[in-house]
Design a protein around this ligand. Sequence first.
Ligand SMILES: N#[N+]C[C@@H]1[C@@H](O)[C@H](O)[C@@H](O)[C@@H]2O[C@H]12
Length: 448
Amino acid sequence: MNKAIQFPANFLWGSATSAYQIEGSPLADGAGASIWQRFCAVPGNVRDGDHGDIACDHYNRYKEDVALMVKLGLKAYRFSVSWSRILPQGRGAVNQAGLDFYSRLIDELLANGIEPMVTLYHWDLPAALDDRGGWLNPDIADWFTDYARVLFRAFDGRVKSWATLNEPWVVTDGGYLHGTLAPGHRNLHEAALASHNLMRAHGSAVKAYREEGKYQIGIVVNIEPKYPASQSQADLDATRRADAYMNRQYLDPIFLGAYPPEMKEIFGEAWPDWPAADFDLIGQKLDFVGINYYTRSVVRHEPAHWPLRVAPVRQTQATYTETGWEVFPQGLTDTLVNFKQRYGDTPLYVMENGSAFYDPPQAEDGRVHDPLRVSCLRKNMGALHAALELGVDLRGYMVWSLLDNLEWSLGFSKRFGIIHVNFETQQRTLKDSALLYADIVASNGACL
Ligand SMILES: N#[N+]C[C@@H]1[C@@H](O)[C@H](O)[C@@H](O)[C@@H]2O[C@H]12
């Protein structure tokens, strides 16, 4: 990088995790089961039969992990709350012990000068609600709002930054269309219905926050910019469909009052004309949008690939991560600038960005050397700064992830952490990427 980088003085540097991926003890102290406990229990659903019964044992080791955040100098920590710890049946009776855990975590963060940023839903739906249809039941907007109100009333003030959902696209594409994630359904109609109910629930919770809360609330979406493999009309149309399905599907109804027209083109009769009143609810004004960026995709028209009729085109000269994602920092800049151009100047946070690479065992010097992740981190910092220089109102960056953790159906096989976790001993070891990130935070980017 040839020019000293300076980020805004109050730029918020942090890290991100999610409850089921790190906490362990999923049924401790009165907690109810989630759909992810059920999903992991079905042989073949998760690589190597991995599950979240222990994970990073964060439920018991949270003070140790906060101390590591302090060691890295982090200013913020984005984490999610397990709905079924708070409401074991998903609705009704509150489990005070569940609230108490998150209260202890929040107080530990605040005592160490770290801002808690809470995600209400990061995929671990209470199993009891799934028994009632889960995201397919329109009542879930009220169930989610009731859950949100419990947290707003308990923590707002100590928590000043709330996000309703994490990556609604993954919830529906993985959980209801392709069945690769909990609850493992494969149904086009269900995917459409779940997606819309997620957005209704989001809007309803934001509306409730305006009655209950005094600080900021937003949503976190994954954005994967799409680039055409050629300028043929077929490939350009495929790119448009892919962008609508994965990216615009969730931001258009919030900021533009309607879903992209391509949704009917993709889903056909499985995509109804949703009630107009729903868009009044979904379109609640947000204080920020969180963007999760990992990669881009270059796409071509492929009639055989249902329902999108799109296929990715591998880039021969590129570096790919262990999750098969192209390392493409320019896509991060493009994503942030595209948001500004299409939706305006709502403040943005990069709420997840990182990379999974094979980490060599701990070296003789006691360190875990992860040069590829270090290289990616450096490149992504440049991409962030380019977006700032192009006028994007970017407020902060949360690296994914603080710890190696349960990578959903990939189990523990993919390591995204800047801190290595030995899952046999629970030993944490800072990787070189953690040391670089600490320098970035301490110098506000000037070290790059
Ligand atoms: N895969 N992958 C890494 C990461 C996943 O671990 C997070 O839980 C999701 O929010 C998002 O998909 C990104």
